[in-house]
Design a protein around this ligand. Structure first.
Ligand SMILES: NC(=O)c1ccc[n+]([C@@H]2O[C@H](COP(=O)([O-])OP(=O)(O)OC[C@H]3O[C@@H](n4cnc5c(N)ncnc54)[C@H](O)[C@@H]3O)[C@@H](O)[C@H]2O)c1
Length: 319
């Protein structure tokens, strides 16, 4: 028995983050059910887990036995009642749309065992917005993970005014048990620590492309030269987040803050990617094509041959 006593985890939402949180927690020894009402989402999660199996072997040295044990501890389910029936802990990772989250919490409230703790993985919303809908405000807080959870292992822990100390204690133990560095967020903050700068960075990078100032490659090239050693620039990061969540965040906060650029970015992401079925890194294409995006090429940051000068000048000053 682990210190948190949170051994049976249910993740709501089998998308980009739900799939990663579920897989990673199972890898670290938790018994996990990932719930999603859409069969297609469960199918995609199973494909993503095959990819994670390869990544965990390559990057974390996971053995075939480790991967088999991870799979044995992991169940995908389309039945909410069965998925939460034995849960010690539920992490919600459904779309960043307040009405969707509230609906899921309402639906789940009467199905949970009395001892179950609940956390939201929302990127930009506050736990207080959903506390009542959970039906257990004292047993509810925020636990926010970063995308590529096995590499970017932070977990931001944030309370709402009604969260019990015991809840935060157990959830923080849980974060450590699955190999995360817990970041205590000392005041309620939309976006925690990470997204307080990550979302503005991605918004600014996308705006340069949306407004025709620079190509995605040049936005990222500039970032990567200024931040040598980083894996990707802002447009690559949007691919990593996934176009659906990038769109949800831009359209929601664009409307709330009356931010014309965020709304313009949302419209661009919809038209340029989502309407064409392009989901970002996990789906194989966004600003870049995966698994071998241009920004990972060895010469992406190299000084070019000067034969490219006329083409560069044409882009600054079209004929
Ligand atoms: N993508 C990121 O980089 C990232 C990082 C940290 C946190 N988050 C947060 O995690 C949450 C999920 O984001 P994502 O990027 O995984 O989104 P996503 O769109 O990839 O996945 C959301 C999943 O929720 C499912 N869903 C829809 N309605 C549902 C319901 N009623 N019950 C259960 N599942 C339902 C969808 O089918 C989909 O599979 C959001 O709150 C987001 O802000 C995302």
């Amino acid at each position: 028995m682990s210190h948190s006593h949170l051994d049976r985890l249910t993740v709501l939402g089998a998308g980009v983050l739900g799939g990663q949180i579920g897989w990673h927690s199972a890898f670290k020894g938790k018994n996990v059910v990932i719930y999603d009402p859409f069969p297609e989402a469960l199918r995609k999660a199973a494909v993503a887990h095959d990819t994670y199996a390869q990544i965990y072997a390559a990057e974390l040295g996971a053995s075939p036995a480790d991967i088999a044990a991870t799979r044995a501890r992991l169940t995908l389910s389309g039945d909410l009642k069965a998925a939460v029936a034995r849960a010690d802990f539920v992490i919600e990772a459904v779309p960043e749309i307040p009405e969707t989250k509230t609906r899921v919490y309402n639906e789940m409230a009467g199905l949970l065992p009395s001892h179950t703790l609940v956390a939201t993985n929302s990127s930009t919303l506050l736990a207080r917005d959903f506390a009542e809908a959970t039906g257990r405000p004292a047993r509810f807080c925020a636990l926010h993970f970063a995308n590529l959870i096995w590499r970017l292992n932070v977990a931001e822990v944030m309370a709402h005014p009604g969260t019990a100390r015991e809840t935060l204690t157990a959830v923080t133990h849980f974060a450590i048990e699955i190999g995360m560095v817990p970041i205590p967020v000392q005041k309620e903050q939309n976006g925690y620590v990470l997204n307080s700068w990550f979302v503005p960075l991605l918004t600014a990078g996308a705006a340069l492309v949306v407004n025709g100032v620079a190509t995605p490659e040049d936005v990222d090239r500039t970032f990567l030269i200024a931040n040598r050693g980083c894996a990707m620039g802002p447009c690559g990061m949007i691919d990593m987040v996934g176009m659906k969540t990038a769109y949800d965040v831009c359209s929601y906060w664009g409307a709330v803050n009356n931010d014309a650029q965020m709304l313009k970015n949302a419209a661009y992401i919809k038209e340029r990617f989502l309407d064409k079925g392009l989901q970002g890194m996990l789906g194989g294409e966004g600003f870049y094509r995966y698994p071998n995006p241009a920004y990972a090429a060895p010469d992406f940051l190299s000084v070019p041959d000067d034969s490219v000068v006329p083409a560069l000048v044409d882009r600054v000053m079209p004929k």
